[in-house]
Write a protein that binds this ligand. Structure first.
Ligand SMILES: Nc1ncnc2c1ncn2[C@@H]1O[C@H](COP(=O)(O)OP(=O)(O)OP(=O)(O)O)[C@@H](O)[C@H]1O
Ligand SMILES: [Mg+2]
Length: 298
């Protein structure tokens, strides 16, 4: 059973189609990196999953059932707007949330201490939220989403406004939670962050899901370019001409584009068996950014 299952999900606002016929699943322990340009439909998808919006067509299932209060009690959410109470202090905000989720008094106090410490906000525990900086607010909002130790986390651009150190800390926290079996939907514009922790990538553009696959697949898609330094250029050219699409030569370096279906290791073994001495190799891999731009512009 998938943790989140979205089937044929469609939502229009007037004549704007915000999401169109979305279908995907997120399995337990996965981190879905949900990407797309401004206005693509990420936040709308998240609001539909959380039952904040009702779809025009299609459905959302959480742990096999429709969105209900009971299912939502197992979800921690962070939206674009952090929704904190300005006049309450950091700890009061978390305490209030813990009460909503019917956590025990002891558990609430222990969790407040643990999370404020983790977010480096312990010194601000009693300060009212309106005095916090933007990034501090974001960290507190993340702490609030984690407060009841939810099984599913749905986070809409959690790292926006965070300093580099805090971004790393949040990234590591999310990776750890996933390892422990929590499931995470993470919308983000930070591709290098997503590349480091996501196990599945979804790319949405103009309301349509254009790409959805495992991160390992994305990493293998790099068919890309290989630069090789060899002792004999002519011999190399003869040996590999059926494996590559294009060969460029610059001094002793050859840059080749490997054909689809051919492995990097095939290339190297053919060279060695043809008696070419490979002195150096550099692979240029396709990054998530390359894929993203191809999907969005292609
Ligand atoms: N309540 C609303 N009323 C009218 N249009 C809306 C509403 N919410 C979203 N939209 C429209 O739906 C489309 C998708 O918006 P959405 O907020 O889901 O995009 P997004 O991918 O989250 O973008 P961003 O990266 O800027 O946060 C946009 O064209 C937006 O203007
Ligand atoms: Mg958004």
């Amino acid at each position: 059973m998938s943790v989140v299952e979205v089937k044929g999900l469609t939502k229009n606002f007037g004549n704007i189609c915000a999401v169109k016929d979305l279908t995907f699943q997120i399995e337990k322990g996965e981190i879905l990196g949900y990407l797309g340009p401004n206005g693509a439909g990420k936040t709308t998808t998240i609001r539909l999953i959380l039952g904040i919006l009702k779809p025009d067509r299609g459905e959302v299932r959480l742990w096999g059932d429709g969105v209900s209060k009971e299912k939502l009690s197992r979800v921690g959410a962070l939206m674009e707007q952090d929704g904190l109470y300005n006049r309450l202090s950091c700890e009061e905000n978390l305490r209030y949330w813990g009460e909503i989720f019917r956590m025990s008094r002891n558990r609430i106090e222990a969790r407040i201490e643990e999370l404020l410490e983790h977010m480096n906000l312990s010194e601000r525990a009693k300060e009212s939220v309106k005095n916090l900086s933007k990034g501090m607010r974001r960290k507190l909002a993340i702490a609030r989403a984690l407060m009841h130790d939810p099984e599913l986390l749905v986070l809409d651009e959690p790292a926006s406004g965070l300093d580099p150190e805090a971004q790393v800390m949040i990234r590591e926290t999310l990776a750890k939670l996933a390892k422990e079996g929590r499931t995470i939907l993470l919308s983000s514009h930070n591709l290098s962050d997503v590349e480091k922790i996501a196990s599945v990538i979804g790319i949405i553009n103009k309301g349509e899901l254009k790409f959805f696959d495992r991160m390992e697949k994305v990493k293998k898609m790099e068919r890309g370019l290989v630069r090789i330094k060899v002792d004999d250029i002519d011999k190399t050219r003869r040996a590999i001409r059926n494996l590559v699409e294009n060969i460029e030569i610059e001094n002793e370096w050859l840059t080749v584009a490997i054909k689809e279906g051919i492995d990097f290791s095939d290339l190297i073994s053919i060279l060695t068996s043809s008696g070419v001495r490979v002195e150096d190799v550099m692979r240029e891999e396709k990054s998530l950014e390359d894929l993203y731009l191809e999907v969005i512009n292609g």
